[in-house]
Ligand binder design. Structure first.
Ligand code: PLP
Length: 442
């Protein structure tokens, strides 16, 4: 053990590398993770005084930007009022937030609180299975998901995830999760319109349900658009068709709004672009703009009926200690209030259109295959060859990201194509970004 004095003279990066295990990143001796010290608006500052525009809103989550005093204040006040209540009981911010979410969804949902997006999806899977059991459909347990989708890091949510590289070293994961290919409009076959191709993809999902024997399938889970797997934006008929398929075969439709929710796509929730009514909706990230951890599994009231029976064991036997923490709920409420007051959903739609316009000229670049986006969420697909659409090499994509960072802009990287390549650059700055911020990005 080093003395306090010795510690002080060792650079922070070194101290960090000795004791803090970074999430998902490979070990990088030469390029250690930066230590972020402060943030204001869309900008963050590291321990060496470098400023960056955070074009990823952290991990797609700081929707209202950094340094919001109101959020800190409301958390402070709530902690003094009542710091903790288990959700076997309830508290005022939990009630008010649940009411607010229902208002935003314009429907009647029961709100189950947890801590993270993964938790919220685990809850959704458990509720879907138990619902069918208590409804007399005792064999329905399978969940259909899509390749390339990310639904979380815990064993069930990872099983639902359709990205092999994230999974194969941890298998076997929870069983009963199936995957089908999502529409990838940039790579659709010649001769089909986007709509025809999307309907074909929905049909493939339906075929999977039928081949698996539909009486064994409990639910479909999907994001309104695949975010982390490459910003794949389906035609709205695809989403509507999936809803119809779920209804036709008695499956629950779980919509993962962990990234798309709270204005990211230019509406309160991503599924509102297609006018569907999901059975279960999961939310996290933008719910509190990540100022405190909180997630929600919103479940339609008629599904909740199956859990209201007085019989033994009909209730949902699930608890987590921190879910629905009063300060986190109070922060979520204030966060939504800020978004409404500053019209950030509308701003997301407006800035998103501007971003796509600004990026338009990049389309002429020989290594830019596609540019797509919805709301303040954009993807640039890097290719080696525009004709063959061969995904951009790892070196090329890494260099682009490093170049942006050297110029003060943090951008993301995702994709997870069949070949395991992450060749899509992601841009998703805070919804509160100023016009000057957008100027800086472009
Ligand atoms: N669902 C989606 C679509 C996500 O992008 C993520 C995280 O990035 C999750 C679920 C899991 O959320 P968390 O990291 O809070 O567990």
């Amino acid at each position: 053990m080093e003395s306090l004095e010795t510690k002080k003279i060792v650079p922070l990066e070194k101290r960090n590398q000795r004791v803090v295990w970074p999430h998902i990143s490979p070990y990088r001796e030469k390029n250690p993770p930066m230590i972020v010290e402060s943030g204001e608006g869309s900008w963050i500052e590291d321990s060496n005084g470098n400023r960056y525009l955070d074009g990823m809103s952290g991990l797609w989550c700081v929707n209202v930007g950094y340094g919001r005093e109101e959020l800190a204040k409301v958390a402070y006040d709530q902690m003094l009022q009542i710091a903790y209540t288990p959700m076997t009981q309830s508290h005022i911010p939990a009630i008010e937030l649940a009411e607010k979410i229902n208002e935003m969804l314009d429907d009647d949902y029961m709100i189950f609180y947890s801590n993270s997006g993964s938790d919220a999806n685990e809850v959704a899977f458990k509720i879907a299975r138990q619902y069918h059991q208590q409804h007399g459909d005792v064999n329905r347990y399978k969940v259909v998901s899509r390749y390339r989708a990310y639904h979380g890091s815990s064993m069930g949510a990872l099983a639902a995830t359709g990205q092999a590289l994230r999974k194969y070293k941890y298998e076997p994961l929870s069983s009963g999760f199936l995957h089908v290919a999502p529409p990838d409009n940039y790579r659709k076959p010649e001769g089909l319109t986007v709509e025809q191709y999307n309907i074909q993809k929905a049909k493939e999902l339906e075929d999977t349900i039928i081949w698996e024997q539909k009486e064994t399938v409990a639910a479909v889970i999907m994001e309104p658009l695949i975010t982390g797997g490459g910003i794949l934006i389906p035609h709205h008929t695809y989403v509507q068709e999936i809803e119809r398929i779920c209804r036709r075969h008695g499956l629950l439709l779980i919509i993962d709004e962990v990234i798309c929710g709270f204005g990211r796509t230019g509406k309160a929730f991503g599924h509102q672009h297609s006018g569907i009514k999901p059975d279960i909706i999961t939310m996290a990230k933008g719910l509190t703009s990540a100022y405190l951890p909180l997630s929600i599994t919103a479940v339609r009231k008629d599904i909740y009926e199956a859990f209201k029976k007085e019989e033994e064991n009909c209730h949902f036997r699930h608890v987590n200690t921190f879910g629905g923490n009063p300060a986190a709920c109070a922060v979520a409420l204030k966060n939504i209030e800020i978004m409404e007051r500053e019209a950030l959903f509308e701003r997301s739609a407006k800035l998103g259109r501007r971003l796509l316009d600004d990026l338009e000229e990049l389309k002429n670049h020989p290594n830019v295959g596609d540019i797509r986006g919805l709301g303040l969420l954009a993807g640039i697909e890097v290719v080696e060859d525009k004709v063959t659409k061969e995904p951009g090499s790892s070196e090329r994509v890494s260099k682009l990201i490093a170049d942006c960072k050297a110029r003060g802009l943090i951008i993301g990287r995702n994709g997870e194509t069949v070949a395991g390549q992450s060749n899509i650059l992601a841009l998703c700055p805070p919804l509160s970004s100023t016009d000057e911020d957008m100027e800086f990005i472009s």
